[in-house]
Design a protein around this ligand. Structure first.
Ligand SMILES: [Zn+2]
Length: 215
């Protein structure tokens, strides 16, 4: 149970993710849609760039936006013809807990550059373009928390995320049915040496909320 946390007010739109998993508390976030420009995402590949079949199970990668939600959405909706400029998440969680859907979950969002997931099956990464480093994007669901105002720069810490964001993050991740041992952060999978997000993330609070769902 969510121990006296205030619930958001109805009415709620129909959840967009399939196979909705209900919270025992009845928590359902506000949901909006802000589709990315098609240059900023792609198909999930069945083969890597060397022609090997790939069939990794989904992972969840948690990010933070650093900038505001609106500036992140603006970036994702801007056409980016050059591969190296293309970026997106599947979803983003605003400070008030609103979930914004950006790329459909069955498609490949461009949330991470050079990256490897070290999980129960050993290192997992897929190269889909010979011109770029291998990445987790082919089997990742990328979701991102809007950073607080004091997190706009590149300081190592900030004031963190709202309770509504933790509740909505748990709800979103529960909908993916990804097991705990395949939930990770951008910081953990990054191999570029430049990504530390999400900073000041209370993973204990997130897991506590996630475990209120039967998945
Ligand atoms: Zn990130």
């Amino acid at each position: 149970m969510l121990r006296g946390m205030p619930l958001p007010e109805p009415p709620f739109p129909e959840p967009i993710l399939p196979g909705t998993t209900a919270s025992p508390s009845g928590y359902v976030p506000r949901q909006e849609s802000a589709p990315a420009h098609p240059t900023n995402y792609g198909e999930r590949f069945a083969q890597d760039s060397d022609g090997r079949l790939v069939s990794n199970d989904l992972i969840v990668v948690i990010h933070e936006t650093v900038g505001s939600a609106s500036s992140a959405i603006n970036t994702f909706q801007t056409p980016h013809p050059r591969d190296e400029d293309q970026v997106s998440y599947h979803s983003l969680i605003k400070r008030d807990g609103t979930v914004v859907y950006i790329v459909p979950p069955e498609l490949r969002a461009f949330g991470a550059g050079s990256s490897v997931f070290e999980g129960p099956n050993g290192p997992e990464t897929v190269r889909t373009n010979p011109a770029f480093a291998s990445s987790v994007n082919n089997f990742a669901y990328h979701t991102s928390l809007e950073s607080p105002n004091d997190g706009r720069g590149n300081s190592s810490r900030h004031s963190g995320y709202t309770e509504a964001q933790y509740q909505s993050l748990a709800w979103v991740v529960a909908q993916t049915h990804v097991p705990d041992n395949r939930i990770t952060t951008h910081r953990a999978v990054d191999r570029s040496g430049t990504r530390r997000d999400p900073r000041s993330f209370n993973s204990q609070r997130f897991i506590e909320l996630l475990h209120t769902y039967s998945r």
